[in-house]
Design a protein around this ligand. Structure first.
Ligand code: PXL
Length: 289
């Protein structure tokens, strides 16, 4: 029997203040009519970007217990979605979770959070890069930024990499398993804009959505992007429409927040713009590339 409401297992941390991970994933997907079942990896007082002295409770052991209980309950998920992970052991747990809860027509989304702007995040090392490489092979949708894509295909990161080369890297990553590769933070050399490129490996089509750069960065926008992309795909929207919706929503959330003088580390005020997810995409700006 089908679930009454489509359901996603969301494997992320819970940070009390500063919007990121579960405090983005839950409201965003709920607003899109999808039930989120959180499998929390850790509890923090705040996320780690821009805060010091935060509390941190590692839930790796608890994750094993939650999964063991979920198995006895017989829960089925239409999607599994993992984000920032704290250790190679957590990657192994997610990998086994995917094996145990795999279903037909299921979306398995792995956001391989490792690095940005050519630099690994503080908590990431070669073991995490290698582990994430194994995890993405089990996914059908992956959402690396350009730096993470380079790491996953073992290429040196360069900001001025050509579109042809990015497409080649994306194809290479798709040979490892995922059907949909979505690369974020891709500069548009000619215009100075930012863009997202998606590959649908089954039809071998590449799509691009461009948007204007805002001269600030907020934590949690990657989680916002991937949550909307997943929600849109779960609602049966086309892949390029899902890309468009995710880009436009993140852009709207950033623009709304940017007008206020609040600290960027608080993240974007998704609450102010969540209602737009119930409407049609404001416009279709995707291009075939
Ligand atoms: O949104 C990414 C993220 C997830 N989890 C934690 C973080 C961040 C970004 O800063 O600190 C704990």
């Amino acid at each position: 029997m089908q679930n009454m409401i489509r359901r996603v297992a969301a494997i992320h941390d819970l940070s009390g203040f500063g919007k990121a991970s579960l405090t983005i994933v839950i409201p965003t997907l709920s607003s899109m009519g999808i039930q989120v079942c959180p499998l929390p990896t850790a509890i923090l007082s705040t996320h780690t970007g821009g805060f010091t002295g935060f509390s941190f409770l590692d839930l790796t052991d608890e994750m094993e217990k939650i999964i063991a209980h979920w198995k006895t309950v017989g829960i089925r998920f239409e999607a599994i979605y993992s984000g920032f992970l704290g250790s190679p052991r957590q990657i192994d747990i997610v990998s086994r979770f995917i094996d145990d809860f795999r279903g037909e027509e299921q979306l398995i989304v792995v956001d391989p959070v490792l690095a940005d702007d050519g630099e690994l995040y503080q908590t990431m090392g070669p073991e995490m890069v290698e582990g994430m490489g194994r995890l993405v092979a089990k996914a059908n949708v992956v959402t690396p930024n350009l730096t993470e894509l380079a790491l996953l295909v073992g290429e040196p990161y360069r900001e001025e990499v050509s579109l042809d080369e990015i497409k080649r890297w994306m194809k290479e990553l798709s040979t490892k398993g995922p059907k949909y590769i979505v690369v974020t933070s891709v500069p548009v050399q000619e215009t100075g804009q930012a863009s997202v490129i998606g590959l649908d490996a089954q039809s071998n089509r590449f799509w691009r959505v461009k948007n204007e750069k805002v001269p600030v960065s907020y934590p949690g926008t990657g989680d916002t992007f991937t949550s909307v992309l997943l929600g849109s795909m779960m609602r049966g929207e086309s892949f390029p429409t899902a890309l468009d919706r995710a880009v436009q929503f993140v852009s709207l959330a950033i623009r709304w927040s940017f007008g206020f003088n609040h600290e960027h580390r608080e993240g974007v005020a998704i609450e102010a713009v969540l209602h737009t997810l119930q409407q049609h995409t404001p416009s279709y700006t995707y291009e075939s590339v």
